[in-house]
Structures are given as structure tokens and as C-alpha cells.
Design a protein around this ligand. Structure first.
Ligand SMILES: [Zn+2]
Ligand SMILES: [Zn+2]
Length: 362
């Protein structure tokens, strides 16, 4: 998000601001109290949390496949300071960079599906910074400078879109698996143990219910990133209301339900392969063909809370992510060559000491 002077071709979108009923100031979502809090007078408003989360039938989702295309970029005019601010193509909530007023893009500018469910941020940027620092402490080779950047100001809370899928699966499988055995062969000097494999044919059926398989749905937060933050505390999800977004950034989904379901099936297939394999108690798999039928498939569109922290070191960008529901942290840290050198020197010193002591013991 950045501000620009010339906005000739950029679409202007309307935004909402959550206003305080007592002073007219702006209300933001406060994770500590899980309610709205006025930034000006401190007034709070309880957000009713509807935990009766409904999932939708997948066929209904296929029909709603079309998604409104807002175009590459849009801008909004800040209702507080009047600045014209650029929005990324997928941003649905943001904070004005000039006056910090939190805005939410009106829903008609997105079309397609509306989020059904949200997992609200469980803690503030201060707490996210603590989680990140604790994580960085265990990264021995991370430069001190990097650890210092993990301040609350560098923690950016973003609601990332994802789909969840439920499915009752019935798989039939057929394959050939093997068990390792050992035997003693040869005689005299050549007597030794060798390993051999006994193969057996297997077939059968396998039933498993999948609940809330999470599929990432924005290129800024892909499946790899999502997986690195699992699990999300999905037992705390509630029905989506846009007031939850106030004070945070939010992005919208990019893939339709059909493509999301294709991704989900890959995750389910991989899971079924290991589940079935483990019931076979084998050492090797020659081949294992599985065909799976899905029934009662349900989906929902959910927003997940993630804090991002970006850091530039030696011309490279580093991203840290913190799961906003439980503090799980993931990412890469830069490596300080001095710290590595120091560790190597200590290693060499210990080795030298060891050899010295050992030579005395002889
Ligand atoms: Zn107020
Ligand atoms: Zn502003």
C-alpha cells in the first residue's frame, strides 16, 4: 500500500469506518478484550460472537465460482485526513498510512463469496513481538540487529483468506507391499546375515472423515506458509462480521471453490496414502493404488489471523510469520557470519582440548 499523485486509471473504492457511538472517533478490534475499542475515548463495544458456524454444500460453491474482478489496483480516500491511498488488488481492509485510520472496503467492491467465518486475532502486536523474540532467541546464528527489529511496530496483522473442506471419504486400495527379513547365509568365513524382502498383495477399503482441511487462498499466504503455521485454533472461529477487521489489513480469496477443492483433494490424498500405508504395517511399498470417493463435502471461506514481520539484511528480504491464534512462529532469519565463525572456533577449541586430554589417557 502506498500513496500516489496520479490516479488516472485506478478505481476508487468506497470504505467504511467503525465509529464510536459516544465520541465519533474510530473503533478498532482489541484482541485483549475481544471487543471494539475507541482509539480516542477508550469506549468499548462488545462484539457479539456467533459461534454457530455453518458450512456450505460444495455444489453450491461451484455455482458461485465466478469472482468479481476489481482490477489490478484500487485506491480509497481516507475519510479522516482526505489522503488518497493505494490498495493492493486483494486488500479488503487497511490502515491509512498518514493518520492510522482503519478502513474496511465496502463489500460490493469484491463480489463473489463473502467470508463466512473469521478466527479473530487472539493477541496484540506487542504479544506478537514477544513470540517472535522468543523464537529468534533460539536462532543462535541470527544477527543481534535482526532480533532488535522484532518490535511491535514491525508486526503487521493481516487476515489471510483460506477455505476449509470437510469430506467423508471411502477409499478402495490395491497394491503390493513388502516386509524386511534377515537370514544367515554362507558358512565358515563367509557366514553373514543378509536382508531380504517378502512381498504380499494387499487390498481393502478404508473410511475416514476429514474435518476442516485448510487450503490457502492467496499468493501472499500460500499453502507452504499456511502449513508452517498449523495448527490454527479453529475451535475459536466465529461467524464473520466486518467489524473484526477494523485496525487490521485483510485480503480476499483468489481461487474459486472448484480450484480450492482440487487443492484440498491433494492434501487429503497424501493423508490417505500415509493412513492406509500405516494400517498395512509394511517396510516398503512396491505400489499402492488408491481410489477415493467423497461424500457430504462441505466448505467454508475463512479469514485467518497472521502477523508478518519483514526485515531486509544484506539486500535480501526476510519474512517472519506469527500465527495470530496461538503464537506459533515460522520463517527464516539472516545468518551472521561472525556468529558462525565464533561457533566454529569454539568447536575447534573443544576438539583440540579433547585430543589433548585423550593423549594423556593413553
Ligand atoms: Zn470514543
Ligand atoms: Zn488518513
Amino acid at each position: 500500500m502506498s500513496s500516489v499523485g496520479d490516479l488516472g486509471k485506478v478505481k476508487r473504492v468506497e470504505t467504511d469506518v467503525v465509529k464510536c457511538k459516544s465520541c465519533g472517533g474510530t473503533m478498532v478490534f482489541d484482541p485483549a478484550t475481544q471487543s471494539l475499542k475507541c482509539e480516542h475515548c477508550g469506549n468499548t463495544e462488545v462484539l457479539s460472537r456467533d459461534t454457530n458456524v455453518l458450512e456450505r454444500d460444495i455444489l453450491e460453491g461451484f455455482e458461485k465460482a465466478a469472482r468479481f474482478d476489481r482490477g489490478e489496483q484500487a485506491s480509497f480516500k481516507c475519510s479522516n485526513c482526505g489522503a488518497v491511498v493505494m490498495l493492493g488488488a486483494d486488500e479488503s481492509a487497511a490502515v491509512c498510512p498518514f493518520c492510522s485510520t482503519p478502513i474496511i472496503v465496502k463489500e460490493e467492491y469484491f463480489g463473489g463469496l463473502k467470508p463466512q467465518v473469521i478466527l479473530p486475532f487472539k493477541f496484540s502486536a506487542d504479544a506478537a513481538s514477544d513470540f517472535a523474540k522468543r523464537w529468534a532467541k533460539r536462532r543462535l546464528f541470527a544477527p543481534r540487529k535482526f532480533k532488535k527489529t522484532l518490535s511491535p511496530e514491525n508486526m503487521h496483522g493481516v487476515y489471510e483468506p483460506a477455505f476449509t473442506f470437510d469430506s467423508k471419504t471411502r477409499s478402495t486400495y490395491r497394491g503390493r507391499v513388502g516386509d524386511r527379513h534377515t537370514r544367515v547365509v554362507g558358512s565358515g568365513k563367509n557366514r553373514h546375515t543378509e536382508t531380504y524382502i517378502v512381498y504380499r498383495n494387499v487390498s481393502g477399503t478404508f473410511d475416514k472423515f476429514f474435518d476442516d482441511v485448510l487450503v490457502a487462498n492467496n499468493s501472499n499466504f500460500d499453502q507452504k506458509k499456511l502449513s508452517s503455521l498449523l495448527p490454527f485454533a479453529l475451535n475459536e472461529q466465529c461467524v464473520y462480521e466486518k467489524k473484526f477487521l477494523s485496525g487490521y489489513m485483510s485480503e480476499v480469496y483468489q481461487k474459486d471453490v472448484k480450484d480450492g477443492w482440487t487443492d484440498a483433494k491433494k492434501i487429503i490424498d497424501a493423508n490417505l496414502y500415509s493412513a492406509i500405508k500405516s494400517t498395512l504395517h509394511c517396510d516398503v511399498v512396491d505400489y499402492l493404488d488408491i481410489s477415493t470417493e467423497h461424500s457430504d463435502v462441505k466448505y467454508k471461506y475463512i479469514l485467518l489471523p497472521v502477523y508478518f514481520s519483514n526485515y531486509r539484511y544484506n539486500k535480501k528480504d526476510y519474512n517472519l510469520m506469527i500465527n495470530g491464534s496461538n503464537g506459533k512462529t515460522s520463517g527464516k532469519t539472516p545468518i551472521s557470519p561472525w556468529r558462525v565463525l565464533f561457533a566454529v572456533l569454539i568447536g575447534v577449541a573443544l576438539l583440540a582440548l579433547f585430543i589433548y586430554l585423550y593423549s594423556f589417557a593413553e
